[in-house]
Write a protein that binds this ligand. Structure first.
Ligand code: ES4
Ligand code: ZN
Length: 326
């Protein structure tokens, strides 16, 4: 079997996906028209042409702009539904999906609008083809910690539907320690903890996520390689990294895919996984990320299978379900 067919046919898990980043230009334009939202794009081609980024912030500016078309429950349902259909098409049997409440609450759209939309799509996908999915509530790190704390209070009625909390948005100058209290609150509620760290930020931010926030997983973490002691700690703890190859090249974290360090990390026995991050902005869903790695590195079946197994190992599935997929 070719590697391409193996990529498609292996049952996979995805652990790092922003649902707002799966908003395809077609749905964005459709919803803009539906709600009379004024976007600076005249056509779907213009939207795609605008997706040329020089760093994380230049992407985030368009990501928040795009999210402004999401207004009613049906919009959030459709957004989630389209992503879950991609999971089905790509054989992603389990997915852990991040959403950014503050991106919506700051526009006057509450948990009572987006949560029912997300959950309804997840339930229909589960009923129709057994799609396994979980939610990760992510705080926007460019806002004050008090805003995250207020968001966590608003989330209380929905916490039984949430698996973990996360931390995303502009990393530089917003170190993990800024969110120490809200993470302690989430841990107390029994939630798992993840945080973006070491995407653009220094290894010190990864140390903080581990030691101050006590995270169960690191999102990205590719800059860990700059600190040998940190690398050894990640290996010893078997701390998962949710790596996003196309994201990293689109946001110029690496000049091109051949410069990416995921395979060096895999070789060193770091628990790395492959993920799509914001697939509609970065040029592909999960399989396209594996294909891009294959084009750059000529993946062996053994490497591919290890990466896929790592995703289940690093997931928040309960042990019996993990064992089934491993
Ligand atoms: C994000 Cl790639 C990335 N990094 C940080 N925050 C994000 N939110 C959505 N995508
Ligand atoms: Zn991300």
């Amino acid at each position: 079997m070719s590697i391409e067919s193996l990529i498609q046919s292996l049952p996979k898990a995805e652990l790092h996906l922003h649902i707002e980043g799966s908003l395809e230009p077609e749905l964005m334009m459709h919803l803009a028209q539906k709600h009379q939202v004024d976007l600076p794009y005249k056509s779907i081609e213009q939207v795609r042409k605008a997706y040329q980024f020089e760093d994380l912030q230049s992407f985030l500016d368009l990501y928040y702009l795009g999210a402004s078309v999401l207004i009613d429950e049906q919009d959030f349902y459709q957004l989630m539904w389209q992503y879950l259909c991609q999971c089905r098409a790509q054989n992603i049997v389990h997915t852990e999906i991040m959403f950014d409440p503050q991106t919506h609450t700051h526009r006057g759209i509450g948990f009572d609008i987006f949560m029912p939309g997300f959950l309804r799509a997840m339930e229909v996908a589960y009923q129709q083809w057994g799609q396994s999915s979980q939610l990760i509530l992510s705080f926007l790190r460019h806002l004050p910690e008090q805003d995250a704390i207020d968001t966590f209070v608003q989330a209380q009625p929905y916490l039984h539907q949430v698996t973990a909390v996360g931390l995303d948005s502009s990393e530089l100058n917003h170190p993990p320690t800024k969110f120490k209290s809200v993470y302690a609150q989430a841990a107390k509620k029994g939630l798992k903890l993840v945080a973006h760290a070491g995407e653009e930020g220094p290894p010190e931010y990864i140390w903080e996520a581990l030691n101050e926030l006590q995270v169960d997983r690191i999102d990205h973490g590719v800059r860990s390689i700059e600190d040998p002691e940190l690398v050894q700690t990640l290996i010893n703890k078997q701390m998962p990294l949710t790596v996003c190859p196309l994201s990293n090249t689109k946001l110029c974290v690496f000049d091109d895919m051949t410069q990416h360090n995921i395979l060096s990390m895999l070789e060193r026995d770091i628990l790395v996984t492959v993920n799509s991050d914001d697939p509609s902005y970065f040029g592909g869903y999960l399989n396209e990320n594996f294909l891009a790695l294959h084009q750059a590195f000529d993946l062996t079946p053994a490497q591919l299978i290890q990466l896929v197994k790592n995703s289940f190992k690093a997931s928040f599935l309960d042990e019996s379900k993990k064992r089934y997929w491993l």
